[in-house]
Design a protein around this ligand. Sequence first.
Ligand SMILES: [Zn+2]
Length: 157
Amino acid sequence: MTVRVGQGFDVHPWSDDPGRRLVLGGVVLDGERGLAGHSDADVVAHAVADALLGAAGLGDIGAHFPDTDSRWRGADSLTLLAEVMRLVRAEGWSVANIDATVILEAPRLAPHKGAMEERLKEVVGAPVSVKAKRAEGLGALGRGEGVACFAVALLER
Ligand SMILES: [Zn+2]
């Protein structure tokens, strides 16, 4: 068996648009300020997608889903992630596991982590763990200006 590892990173600033929803790992966090971005700005799904593409040697989501393409405006990022999985599976890969760390000051993710892990697991067909971490006041993330996510994916075939 061959295994390949990939890592992904993404960051989005908070949006000033009161109509935008906060979507993290495919879960809508009701009543929270949304993130700015071309799609639904699901920073967790994007980091996971980049980790998968990187592991498979298939480039990055910017190449597959350019923000100049109106098809992806406001797109559900789990749909993008499902498309990434289609590309990854077409190369004969399956996912062993995914581990993600979300960096944000607020809101607290603990009540939503389980649902995020379930939604992501449904799409990638493997265990996903989601962890949350504060930036301890350091830099833009520490000032609560947005949300970032790191993800690692392990593929096998
Ligand atoms: Zn993104």
